[in-house]
Design a protein around this ligand. Structure first.
Ligand code: NAD
Length: 423
């Protein structure tokens, strides 16, 4: 149904997202009008804004905030700071958020934001100035009932605290529900920081329940930030052997197991993985994707597995910590080889699930204990996993990704249909 992109490799996250959408829409028998509605973006906000740098000069930055579909509730999605983020990336990520929230059963639509900046190349003061100005720019289209940003690649709890403060100053009172992923001391949730990595662990334990869980499994983790670093640490703690880790500059291989907890503590303190002196051979970051392990966790960014390297990917099980790490063409090749992929829509939904809990707590001025957060996280994710597996088993030639896409899209179609078209 999307011939323009079907022939060549999907070379952007947006072509991948649209290809996946139309494949699911074909399976669901959606008509042209439904496809038009579901591939439309409710709001595409683009801004260029100046920021004062430490030397007194001004630099102009590009920023984006995209709302995809709000039929199921307020819009939810992260803000990415990256030198190569594009409007098309942000659109793809917003669309994936819509399906992900629906698969996880959360009352949200999908959004995403981005600023073209390398956060490592600016000072903390410059990052704060940039964040506050970007927040002021998007203030008319965000809000606790409207659109609730969260951290993504290159942003963190501190950035969320600045966003919450800037938005609150503009409204004359503190509004903790406007963003999630804040520090706990300013209304964040226990367990949010670890939620995406913890979700990966819960899902792997469930998926491997008949195979002894993750204990003793050999693991490779590509990307060592919030998602990959936390996942590696929790997997190690659960008894897995994390043999490979990497960030964008350095890979580390240790057949006996890298001390992921020590390495991540080092990185969390703001130091580069390259300077960590723990045991392990230094390798190229992308060699991690080709590791001979039981489980591969791509947790860096989209399109790291494509037709260029898919033949060298050896893990029989891939769980997608990142959004869109496998191109649709590579996905086809892996499926043909019998590789199981636990797809992003399900695999990394732990983050937005605990963001939902944080939003609920903020709106009620309540504070949940970490155990309560983790228990609810496990319950919602395992429910979603079982629903996706049941669908995949029922339908012929249906992968877990096909099933997750179909369930997410179907739920949004139901909401769109029930609400009808205004006026
Ligand atoms: P982050 O900025 O905390 O970490 C990103 C990590 O990936 C860093 O270690 C970075 O060095 C590494 N990296 C970047 N490019 C790389 C490359 N080309 N090769 C190898 N490593 C590379 O970001 P994050 O929040 O962990 O997000 C990672 C991915 O997970 C993104 O796709 C994001 O959309 C997705 N995600 C994040 C969350 C969340 O809660 N943070 C939730 C769901 C999905």
């Amino acid at each position: 149904m999307l011939p323009a992109v079907a022939a060549a490799e999907s070379n952007s996250a947006l072509t991948s997202a649209l290809r996946q959408f139309h494949a699911a829409a074909d399976r669901l028998g959606l008509g042209g009008q439904q496809r038009d509605i579901l591939t439309s973006f409710k709001t595409v906000f683009q801004t260029r804004f100046p920021v004062e740098m430490d030397d007194g000069s001004f630099r102009v930055f590009d920023g984006y905030r995209v709302h995809h579909n709000a039929a199921r509730g307020p819009l939810k999605g992260g803000v990415r700071y990256s030198p190569d983020v594009s409007l098309d990336d942000v659109k793809a990520l917003a669309m994936w958020m819509t399906w992900k929230c629906a698969v996880a059963g959360l009352p949200f639509g999908g959004a995403k934001g981005g600023v073209v900046v390398d956060p490592r190349a600016v000072s903390a003061n410059e990052l704060e100035n940039l964040t506050r100005r970007f927040t002021a720019e998007i203030t008319p289209i965000i809000g606790p009932d409207q659109d609730i940003p969260a951290p993504d690649m290159g942003t963190n709890a501190q950035v969320m605290a600045w966003m919450m403060d800037t938005y609150s100053m503009g409204h004359g009172h503190t509004i903790p529900g406007v963003v999630t992923g804040k520090p706990v001391s300013v209304g964040g949730s226990e367990g949010r920081y670890e939620a995406t990595g913890r979700g990966l662990l819960y899902l792997l334990e469930e998926h491997l329940a008949d195979a002894g869980g993750v204990r003793g499994k050999r693991i490779a983790v590509h990307g060592f930030g919030n998602v990959g670093g936390v996942a590696a640490r929790l997997l190690q703690r659960a008894g897995a052997r994390v043999q490979y880790i990497c960030d964008r500059d350095t890979g580390i291989w240790n057949p006996k197991g890298v001390d992921a907890a020590a390495a991540f503590a080092y990185v969390e303190a703001g130091r580069p993985l390259a300077d960590w002196d723990g045991a392990g051979e230094r390798i190229a970051p992308d060699a991690v994707l080709e590791a001979d392990v039981d489980i591969l966790v791509p947790a860096a960014r989209e399109h790291v597995i494509t037709t260029a390297n898919v033949d060298r990917v050896r893990a029989p099980l891939i769980i997608e910590g990142a959004n869109g790490p496998v191109s649709p063409e590579a996905d086809d090749a892996l499926t043909a080889r019998g590789v199981t992929i636990i797809p992003d829509l399900l695999a990394n939904a732990g983050g937005v699930t605990v963001s939902y809990f944080e939003w609920v707590q903020a709106r009620q001025y309540m504070h949940w204990r970490e155990q309560q957060v983790n228990d609810e996280l496990r319950r919602l994710l395992i429910d979603a996993y079982r629903t996706v597996v049941a669908r995949a088993v029922q339908a012929p030639n249906c992968t877990l990704r096909d099933a997750a896409q179909s369930i997410g899209i179907e739920r949004v179609v139901e909401a769109v249909t029930l609400r009808g078209i205004f006026p």
